[in-house]
Ligand binder design. Structure first.
Ligand code: BG6
Ligand code: MG
Length: 216
């Protein structure tokens, strides 16, 4: 018998691939400010909060802005991002994600979302996944960003399970670290070179199964 009672999923890069939308919106902002922003730069922003992402981009572009200006820039970027994710459909769910969520629920394993994004509810709505989560903890509900474990601990607490009974699914190093700090098992989604600290690393949830969950 497995001791695992709950699975907590990161959203961007695990359930859906929104990185391209973040990239387009940040690139447009950087270009308006007079410098470029590459896909390589975008990689470094995976799992990083909106505010911190902007700080890094401004630093890379050698641009200084006041707190009020930064707020306006982050809002502008988010409006472009929201315009894009507003057109998302269930076709954009990553392979195997929906099936694994359903398998968990059918097996009596609780499910939570644990994401830095403040747009999580909209993405779940557009992709038709809202009903598959018992609990959603997102950027609106946490004060400390990953690698702090707050987002996952709040998820476990809301589900009424101990951290040791949870498995986290994460594509960002900061997220893998957050899960470990929270005392949870973690499945990395991506490359073993980057996410080597995880208990198991897969290319996607299409490679995950209840059998693998029980053997973690
Ligand atoms: C994370 C993404 O899930 O959410 C980051 O990996 C993003 O790239 C962060 O910056 C915050 O998202 P949002 O939707 O609140 O701007
Ligand atoms: Mg992610």
């Amino acid at each position: 018998m497995s001791i695992i009672k709950a699975c907590i999923f990161d959203l961007d890069g695990v359930i859906v691939d929104t990185a391209v939308y973040h990239y387009k919106a940040w690139k447009r902002l950087a270009n308006e400010l007079g410098f470029d922003f590459t896909e390589h730069d975008n990689e470094k922003l995976k799992g990083v909060s909106r505010t911190r992402s902007l700080e890094l981009i401004l630093k890379w572009g050698g641009v200084t802005k006041t707190a009020a200006e930064q707020h306006e820039l982050a809002t502008r970027k988010n409006q472009w991002y929201v315009d894009m994710i507003n057109h998302m459909t269930p076709d954009e769910i990553l392979p195997g994600a929906k099936e694994f969520l359903e398998a968990c629920r059918n097996a009596g394993i609780k499910t939570a979302l644990g994401s830095a994004s403040k747009n999580s509810m909209m993405i779940l709505d557009k992709t038709g996944l809202t009903h598959l989560f018992d609990v959603v903890i997102d950027g609106n509900k946490v004060s400390k960003a990953k690698p702090d474990p707050e987002v996952f601990l709040k998820g476990a607490d809301a589900l009424g399970v101990d951290p040791a009974e949870c498995v986290v699914y994460e594509d960002a190093i900061a997220g893998v670290e957050a899960a470990i700090k929270g005392g949870m098992k973690v499945v990395g989604i991506g490359s073993p070179e980057v996410l080597g600290e995880a208990n198991l690393v897969l290319n996607g949830l299409n490679e995950m199964s209840l059998e693998k969950l029980n053997n973690l």
